[in-house]
Every structure is written in structure tokens, then in C-alpha cells.
Design a protein around this ligand. Structure first.
Ligand code: GAP
Length: 479
């Protein structure tokens, strides 16, 4: 169920507690670009590390690389991004607002009766499939679709708009800007494809094997909305799994199951996820699906699993003129491997975990009204694992607390705080999702016990100070 209020609360909470800020906020921000603050950066890093470990450490046959953002411009010709990575757009001449044609028509369809809406969408789909831009414009005009800002139907022609950002490389200005043109990568996957043989040979990798990487990708999204759901600069975590031609269906099923298990291991219930199989496949794919999560805006894609055939390697071989075949010693045969890809957005995963973790709890009793906002992150990804809180700033309590902090900090991220009442300090830790708080008091001096408080249940117990490190370590153990 879509819940716009919850989304707004999460956005406000992220800003107030140092998770996510709008980029260049003091200049009124930059559209669909965000910065991660002190807790957001930790959360994001923990998710990235967990994914990286699940791929490269928990599988013998998957290795990780870190390819550059800039690549030879021909890479994007070969991958199809120069010609195909675009959306048909239309501008309203009066408001100067630009629309994605399918979004404009879909929004209009929502205002119609079901039968009329279905007919309109069916017509749109066939025009889109045929790249019939004149037909799309006629469809918009025939249906008297208006701009929501100017309320006029004064439209330009429909044009393709490429989503890649381009810049120039090198110091010498050229008369022909195309000469020095380089792109900011729109996906990390191509850095893996062009390094396929480098890694296979130097790592003596045998098929089936995978190459993983995480990194920034850039897309000039036209309709960028939904907080960090659709950004112009974002991070992907992708893995290309190279397999024998003919075995791709099995591996596709394997990766669907494996990736869903990874999602469930984040403590998110099954009913908050669903698979969405692609009916209309991209030209390079022979099977594709999304893992969708039930965001505050409803079910939306968080990860894609694509069986990409030999499309990318074959095209890179053709465009580069370099052989990209693999010699299979078991079959005594050279071939271009097929690829099954898993591709997840890191920022979308952050948003998924925030949506799942964010809770407003009413703690009122008969005596007094009370409430808290808590982020119930799995301990593994929580930005801070343990808050160490001396009850008083005196009587040797800070010294004991600092000693515990020094013991724990090489293993996980701790937070030390001695200001304010203990209740206020607990609430602040709830708001940033710290799973454990430990309080040092006078009894600690007598019997070396501390009070440990559990974030989710808000229960407390006394344990020996020497047990604290072990207890937290156990809770953040991933595998
Ligand atoms: N290499 C395949 C590929 O890039 P994709 O479905 O375009 O496939 C994969 O992107 C994932 O990247 C998506 O499932 C999503 O999580 C994330 N992603 C894509 N565009 C994004 C954007 N504009 N902002 C944030 N995340 C995005």
C-alpha cells in the first residue's frame, strides 16, 4: 500500500539524524542528487560490505574488481547505450516542462474508465515498440492530453533523449566535440565485460565463474522522484556470472533463488518482496526479472536478474576486433560465454532498509504520554553497533566506559556519550538504529556488571562487562 506520509517522515528523519542530505543544500539543492551524512555513509558501507562478502568471500568462483568510471567511448557503442539507452520525450512549449511520453500517456490513462485506459495503453505500447514518434504525438493530440503546469496542449515533436551524461576528456579543445567525448558510465557492468579475459587469465578462472563490482553509475533521469529511489548519480552492485552456452537457464534460476535468500537474510519478511518477470525482454536478454520490494510508494524494483546471453561479449569482440572467447578444457572447445547478471542498486537497498526499519511507536502509559521513533535495522547494517554511556561524568565511570570502548572499537563501531539524561541518550540511539546501549554505573565499580539495553524490545539486563564485546560480535555475525 502506497504511503506518501511515511515517505515524507523518512526523508525528514534522514535529514534530522545525519543519514541523507540533498546535494548542495545551501544552494537550494541539485535535482535527484543526494549526499550521505555520517550515519548514512556507515549504513551504506555496511550494506556494500555485506553484498561484497556474500559474493566474493562466500563463493570460490567469484572475484571482485574495481573498474574506472570513464571508459573508451566505443564501449557504449558496443553495449548499445549510444543508440538505445534513451526514452522518447516531449516538451510543452508553454511551460517548458519535459515529459517522458509513456509517463504522460499513463498519467492520462489513470483518469479514464478501465476499457478506454486499456485501449489507450495498448495503442501506446505498439507505437513505442515500433519507434513511431509521429504516431505517439498524434495519440497525445487526439486524446487532448495537457501539460499539468501550463494546462495547454502546445507540444513539440517527440524526440529520443539519451540518458547518458557526456563530458570531454583532455586539455585541448577540439572543433569537433564528438572527438573528445567520454561518458560517465550508466552501469558498472561494462567494466566487467571489457575485463573478462584479463580476470579469467590472471585469475585462472574456470567457467562457471563470476566477476563482481560496486561503484557509481550516472543517468540523466528525466523523471527523477521518490527520494533516493531514482537518482542521477547512484551506486550499483553488479555481478556477471559467465557460463557455458545452453546452461544459462539453470544459472538464472540459481541466481534468482540465491539473491532472494540474500534479501531475506536482511530480516525482511518474504511478503514484502515479490518477483516480477519481464514480459517484454530487452533485445540482449533471453530471461529477466526484478526483485521488487514494497516501498512506501508500493512494490518497486530493487534488483534485476538478467540472462544476457553472449550479447555484450560478442559485441565487444566485434567492435574491438579482439578475441573474447574462452577455451573450455572439458569440452575441448572455444566459445563466447553466456552471462547471467545480478544488478542491485545500493541506494535503493538503503531506502529499502530505511523503509523497513522506520517505526513510530506509541509508548504512552496511563501516567504519561510517550512515543519514540526507532530504526530497527538488523545489527549487521546498523551504523553504530554499541553505545557506551556512563551514567555520570564523575566517580571514575567515564574511565571504565572509555576502557570498554577501547576494547570494542577495533571490532565494530561504538559511540561514546556522557551528556544528558540516560532516557534522552537512549532515544537518540533509537533514532539512528543502534541495537545495543550499555550503561556504566556505580554498581559496575563494585561487581563489573553493566546494564545492556536492547533497542527493539527496550528490555534491559545486567551482564558482566567482559561479555559485552562477544554479545555484540555474535549479533553482527553475517554468515
Ligand atoms: N546492468 C544492468 C542494469 O544496470 P538496471 O535495471 O538498469 O540494470 C539495475 O539497473 C539496478 O540499479 C536497479 O534495479 C536499481 O536498483 C538501480 N538503479 C537503476 N537506475 C537507478 C537510479 N536512477 N537511481 C537509483 N538506482 C537505480
Amino acid at each position: 500500500m502506497a504511503n506518501e506520509n511515511q515517505l515524507q517522515s523518512i526523508i525528514a528523519h534522514c535529514k534530522e539524524y545525519g543519514f541523507i542530505f540533498q546535494s548542495s543544500e545551501i544552494y537550494d539543492g541539485l535535482g535527484a542528487v543526494y549526499d550521505y551524512g555520517q550515519y548514512g555513509a556507515e549504513l551504506k558501507k555496511n550494506i556494500r560490505d555485506y553484498w561484497w562478502k556474500s559474493m566474493t568471500q562466500m563463493h570460490d568462483n567469484i572475484v571482485g574488481i574495481d573498474a574506472a568510471i570513464f571508459m573508451h567511448p566505443t564501449v557504449w557503442k558496443a553495449s548499445g547505450h549510444v543508440d538505445n539507452f534513451s526514452d522518447p520525450m516531449i516538451d510543452n512549449r508553454d511551460s517548458k516542462k519535459r515529459y517522458r511520453v509513456d509517463h504522460l500517456i499513463e498519467a492520462h490513462a489513470e483518469t479514464l474508465e478501465k476499457e478506454a485506459a486499456d485501449a489507450l495503453l495498448q495503442k501506446m505500447d505498439s507505437l513505442l515498440a515500433a519507434d513511431d514518434f509521429a504516431g505517439l504525438k498524434t495519440l497525445i493530440e487526439e486524446n487532448k492530453i495537457k501539460c499539468s503546469v501550463s494546462d495547454t496542449a502546445n507540444w513539440t515533436d517527440v524526440r529520443q533523449f539519451n540518458l547518458m551524461f557526456a563530458t570531454e576528456m583532455g586539455a585541448v579543445a577540439s572543433d569537433n566535440p564528438e572527438e573528445n567525448k567520454v561518458y560517465l558510465r550508466p552501469e558498472t557492468a561494462q567494466g566487467i565485460f571489457v575485463n573478462f579475459l584479463n580476470v579469467q587469465k590472471t585469475g585462472r578462472m574456470k567457467i562457471p565463474f563470476g566477476i563482481a563490482q560496486t561503484g557509481k553509475a550516472f543517468r540523466n533521469e528525466i523523471v527523477a522522484r521518490g527520494f533516493i529511489f531514482r537518482m542521477r548519480e547512484f551506486e550499483q552492485m553488479e555481478m556477471q556470472f559467465f557460463v557455458r552456452p545452453g546452461t544459462q537457464k539453470e544459472w538464472y534460476e540459481y541466481w534468482k533463488e540465491t539473491r532472494m535468500k540474500w534479501h531475506l537474510s536482511l530480516g525482511i519478511p518474504q511478503e514484502h518482496y515479490r518477483f516480477h518477470d519481464h514480459v517484454k525482454l530487452a533485445h540482449y536478454a533471453d530471461a529477466a526479472c526484478d526483485i521488487e520490494y514494497d516501498f512506501p510508494m508500493g512494490f518497486k524494483e530493487v534488483e534485476g536478474i538478467h540472462s544476457r546471453t553472449d550479447f555484450d561479449l560478442k559485441n565487444h569482440q566485434q567492435f574491438s576486433g579482439k578475441k573474447l572467447t574462452y577455451f573450455d578444457t572439458e569440452l575441448n572447445q572455444h566459445y563466447i560465454p553466456y552471462v547471467v547478471e545480478t544488478s542491485i542498486g545500493l541506494d535503493r537497498t538503503v531506502m529499502m532498509l530505511l523503509s523497513e526499519a522506520y517505526k513510530e511507536e506509541d509508548l504512552s502509559t496511563e501516567e504519561k504520554k510517550d512515543s519514540r521513533v526507532v530504526l530497527k535495522f538488523p545489527p549487521l547494517v546498523a551504523p553504530i553497533k554499541l553505545a557506551i554511556l556512563p551514567l555520570l561524568k564523575k566517580d571514575g565511570l567515564p574511565e571504565i566506559a572509555r576502557e570498554l570502548q577501547n576494547e570494542c572499537r577495533p571490532y565494530f563501531k561504538c559511540f561514546y556519550e556522557e551528556k544528558d539524561t540516560i532516557g534522552k541518550r537512549y532515544r537518540r540511539q533509537d533514532a539512528i538504529g543502534t541495537p545495543f546501549c550499555v550503561t556504566i554505573d556505580h554498581q559496575t565499580k563494585e561487581d563489573q556488571t553493566v546494564t545492556i539495553r536492547y533497542r527493539d524490545e527496550m528490555t534491559q539486563e545486567r551482564i558482566h562487562i567482559s561479555q559485552v564485546r562477544e554479545l555484540v560480535m555474535k549479533a553482527i555475525q553475517a554468515f
